[in-house]
Design a protein around this ligand. Structure first.
Ligand SMILES: Cc1cc2nc3c(=O)[nH]c(=O)nc-3n(C[C@H](O)[C@H](O)[C@H](O)COP(=O)(O)OP(=O)(O)OC[C@H]3O[C@@H](n4cnc5c(N)ncnc54)[C@H](O)[C@@H]3O)c2cc1C
Length: 155
Protein backbone atom coordinates (compact mmCIF):
# COMPACT_ATOMS: atom_id res chain seq x y z
CA UNK A 1 0.00 0.00 0.00
CA UNK A 2 1.27 3.51 -0.78
CA UNK A 3 2.03 5.91 2.05
CA UNK A 4 1.80 9.67 2.53
CA UNK A 5 4.60 11.09 4.68
CA UNK A 6 2.88 13.10 7.41
CA UNK A 7 4.77 16.08 8.86
CA UNK A 8 5.32 16.02 12.60
CA UNK A 9 6.07 18.62 15.22
CA UNK A 10 9.24 18.34 17.25
CA UNK A 11 7.06 17.86 20.32
CA UNK A 12 4.73 15.36 18.72
CA UNK A 13 7.10 12.48 19.40
CA UNK A 14 4.33 9.87 19.29
CA UNK A 15 4.06 10.41 15.54
CA UNK A 16 7.64 10.93 14.39
CA UNK A 17 8.40 9.53 11.89
CA UNK A 18 4.84 8.88 10.81
CA UNK A 19 3.42 7.34 7.64
CA UNK A 20 -0.31 7.13 7.03
CA UNK A 21 -1.68 4.60 4.54
CA UNK A 22 -3.22 6.26 1.49
CA UNK A 23 -6.28 4.79 -0.16
CA UNK A 24 -7.42 5.53 -3.71
CA UNK A 25 -9.50 8.74 -3.32
CA UNK A 26 -6.75 10.60 -1.45
CA UNK A 27 -4.26 10.04 -4.26
CA UNK A 28 -5.92 12.77 -6.32
CA UNK A 29 -4.49 15.40 -3.96
CA UNK A 30 -0.96 14.03 -3.89
CA UNK A 31 0.48 16.02 -6.85
CA UNK A 32 -0.79 19.27 -5.30
CA UNK A 33 0.64 18.29 -1.88
CA UNK A 34 3.98 17.40 -3.47
CA UNK A 35 4.04 20.72 -5.36
CA UNK A 36 3.18 22.69 -2.21
CA UNK A 37 -0.12 23.94 -3.64
CA UNK A 38 -2.09 22.00 -1.01
CA UNK A 39 -0.73 22.43 2.51
CA UNK A 40 -1.01 19.50 4.93
CA UNK A 41 1.12 20.55 7.88
CA UNK A 42 -1.11 19.82 10.83
CA UNK A 43 -1.92 16.70 12.81
CA UNK A 44 -4.52 16.68 15.61
CA UNK A 45 -3.86 13.99 18.21
CA UNK A 46 -3.38 15.50 21.69
CA UNK A 47 -6.43 16.23 23.88
CA UNK A 48 -6.75 18.00 27.24
CA UNK A 49 -6.79 14.61 29.01
CA UNK A 50 -4.82 12.62 26.42
CA UNK A 51 -1.11 13.17 25.73
CA UNK A 52 1.47 10.42 25.36
CA UNK A 53 -1.12 7.64 25.71
CA UNK A 54 -3.17 8.12 22.55
CA UNK A 55 -5.36 5.10 23.34
CA UNK A 56 -7.22 7.41 25.74
CA UNK A 57 -8.45 9.53 22.79
CA UNK A 58 -12.01 10.70 23.51
CA UNK A 59 -12.85 12.78 20.44
CA UNK A 60 -15.50 10.66 18.75
CA UNK A 61 -16.32 9.97 15.10
CA UNK A 62 -19.70 8.34 14.58
CA UNK A 63 -20.51 6.91 11.15
CA UNK A 64 -23.91 8.35 10.23
CA UNK A 65 -25.29 7.73 6.72
CA UNK A 66 -21.83 7.42 5.22
CA UNK A 67 -20.44 10.52 6.90
CA UNK A 68 -18.29 10.62 10.03
CA UNK A 69 -19.70 13.03 12.62
CA UNK A 70 -16.97 14.32 14.94
CA UNK A 71 -17.38 15.72 18.46
CA UNK A 72 -14.68 16.53 20.98
CA UNK A 73 -11.65 18.69 21.65
CA UNK A 74 -7.94 18.78 20.77
CA UNK A 75 -5.19 20.94 22.24
CA UNK A 76 -1.66 22.04 21.26
CA UNK A 77 -2.31 21.47 17.56
CA UNK A 78 0.39 23.19 15.51
CA UNK A 79 0.29 24.96 12.14
CA UNK A 80 -3.49 24.86 11.67
CA UNK A 81 -3.19 28.42 10.34
CA UNK A 82 -0.74 27.20 7.69
CA UNK A 83 -2.68 24.16 6.49
CA UNK A 84 -5.42 23.44 4.00
CA UNK A 85 -5.77 19.86 5.21
CA UNK A 86 -5.27 18.35 8.67
CA UNK A 87 -4.89 14.75 9.86
CA UNK A 88 -7.27 13.96 12.74
CA UNK A 89 -7.26 11.03 15.17
CA UNK A 90 -10.70 10.15 16.57
CA UNK A 91 -12.43 7.21 18.24
CA UNK A 92 -15.17 5.29 16.39
CA UNK A 93 -15.73 2.87 19.26
CA UNK A 94 -15.41 3.80 22.91
CA UNK A 95 -12.56 2.34 24.90
CA UNK A 96 -15.01 0.34 27.03
CA UNK A 97 -16.26 -1.48 23.93
CA UNK A 98 -12.98 -2.59 22.32
CA UNK A 99 -10.97 -5.74 23.06
CA UNK A 100 -7.58 -4.07 22.45
CA UNK A 101 -7.29 -0.45 23.59
CA UNK A 102 -5.42 0.44 20.39
CA UNK A 103 -8.48 -0.57 18.34
CA UNK A 104 -11.57 1.52 17.52
CA UNK A 105 -9.68 4.63 16.39
CA UNK A 106 -9.35 6.08 12.89
CA UNK A 107 -7.39 8.73 11.04
CA UNK A 108 -9.20 11.25 8.87
CA UNK A 109 -8.28 14.08 6.53
CA UNK A 110 -10.11 17.25 7.57
CA UNK A 111 -10.44 19.90 4.86
CA UNK A 112 -9.90 22.98 7.02
CA UNK A 113 -11.12 25.29 4.27
CA UNK A 114 -14.58 23.73 4.62
CA UNK A 115 -14.56 22.71 8.29
CA UNK A 116 -13.65 25.94 10.11
CA UNK A 117 -16.82 27.59 11.46
CA UNK A 118 -18.87 24.65 10.13
CA UNK A 119 -18.39 22.28 13.05
CA UNK A 120 -14.77 23.16 13.84
CA UNK A 121 -13.74 26.12 15.98
CA UNK A 122 -10.03 27.05 16.11
CA UNK A 123 -8.69 29.05 19.05
CA UNK A 124 -4.96 30.01 18.91
CA UNK A 125 -2.90 29.52 22.09
CA UNK A 126 -0.46 32.28 22.95
CA UNK A 127 2.79 30.64 24.07
CA UNK A 128 6.48 31.49 24.42
CA UNK A 129 8.18 28.68 22.50
CA UNK A 130 8.18 30.21 19.03
CA UNK A 131 5.52 27.75 17.94
CA UNK A 132 2.00 28.35 16.72
CA UNK A 133 -0.49 26.01 18.34
CA UNK A 134 -4.25 25.96 18.76
CA UNK A 135 -7.17 24.50 20.65
CA UNK A 136 -9.72 22.81 18.41
CA UNK A 137 -13.39 22.28 19.24
CA UNK A 138 -15.44 19.83 17.17
CA UNK A 139 -19.21 20.06 17.27
CA UNK A 140 -20.96 17.73 14.83
CA UNK A 141 -18.26 18.26 12.20
CA UNK A 142 -19.15 16.09 9.20
CA UNK A 143 -16.29 14.36 7.40
CA UNK A 144 -17.04 12.60 4.09
CA UNK A 145 -16.40 8.87 3.87
CA UNK A 146 -13.58 9.29 1.31
CA UNK A 147 -11.57 11.28 3.88
CA UNK A 148 -11.11 8.21 6.07
CA UNK A 149 -7.45 7.09 5.92
CA UNK A 150 -7.04 3.34 5.82
CA UNK A 151 -9.64 1.13 7.49
CA UNK A 152 -12.17 2.36 10.04
CA UNK A 153 -11.16 1.46 13.58
CA UNK A 154 -7.61 0.50 12.63
CA UNK A 155 -6.09 3.98 12.78
C1 LIG B 1 4.54 23.66 21.34
C2 LIG B 1 3.78 22.37 21.25
C3 LIG B 1 3.33 21.94 20.01
C4 LIG B 1 2.58 20.75 19.91
N1 LIG B 1 2.07 20.38 18.68
C5 LIG B 1 1.25 19.29 18.61
C6 LIG B 1 0.62 18.94 17.36
O1 LIG B 1 0.81 19.56 16.31
N2 LIG B 1 -0.25 17.88 17.37
C7 LIG B 1 -0.51 17.17 18.49
O2 LIG B 1 -1.32 16.24 18.42
N3 LIG B 1 0.07 17.47 19.68
C8 LIG B 1 0.94 18.51 19.76
N4 LIG B 1 1.53 18.84 20.96
C9 LIG B 1 1.22 18.03 22.14
C10 LIG B 1 2.36 17.06 22.48
O3 LIG B 1 2.40 16.06 21.46
C11 LIG B 1 2.03 16.49 23.86
O4 LIG B 1 2.33 17.52 24.77
C12 LIG B 1 2.79 15.23 24.15
O5 LIG B 1 2.21 14.16 23.42
C13 LIG B 1 2.79 14.88 25.64
O6 LIG B 1 1.49 14.87 26.13
P1 LIG B 1 1.14 15.62 27.51
O7 LIG B 1 1.63 17.05 27.41
O8 LIG B 1 -0.31 15.41 27.81
O9 LIG B 1 2.04 14.91 28.58
P2 LIG B 1 1.78 13.50 29.30
O10 LIG B 1 1.43 12.45 28.31
O11 LIG B 1 0.83 13.72 30.44
O12 LIG B 1 3.23 13.22 29.85
C14 LIG B 1 3.78 14.00 30.93
C15 LIG B 1 5.18 13.52 31.20
O13 LIG B 1 5.15 12.13 31.59
C16 LIG B 1 5.99 11.36 30.71
N5 LIG B 1 5.33 10.07 30.45
C17 LIG B 1 4.11 9.89 29.90
N6 LIG B 1 3.82 8.58 29.82
C18 LIG B 1 4.88 7.93 30.32
C19 LIG B 1 5.19 6.56 30.53
N7 LIG B 1 4.33 5.59 30.18
N8 LIG B 1 6.38 6.24 31.07
C20 LIG B 1 7.26 7.21 31.42
N9 LIG B 1 7.02 8.54 31.26
C21 LIG B 1 5.85 8.87 30.73
C22 LIG B 1 6.14 12.18 29.44
O14 LIG B 1 7.36 11.89 28.77
C23 LIG B 1 6.11 13.59 29.99
O15 LIG B 1 7.39 13.99 30.42
C24 LIG B 1 2.30 19.99 21.08
C25 LIG B 1 2.77 20.43 22.32
C26 LIG B 1 3.50 21.61 22.41
C27 LIG B 1 3.95 22.06 23.78
Amino acid sequence: MAAIPVPCTARCTTWAPCYAPAARPRRKGLPDIAAGRLRIQSMAVTEPTTGSDTTQTKTSAVNRDGRHVVNGQKVWISRVQHSDLMILLARNTSLADVKKKSEGMSLFIVDLREAIDRGLTVRPIANMVNHETCELFFEDLEIPEENLIGEEGLG
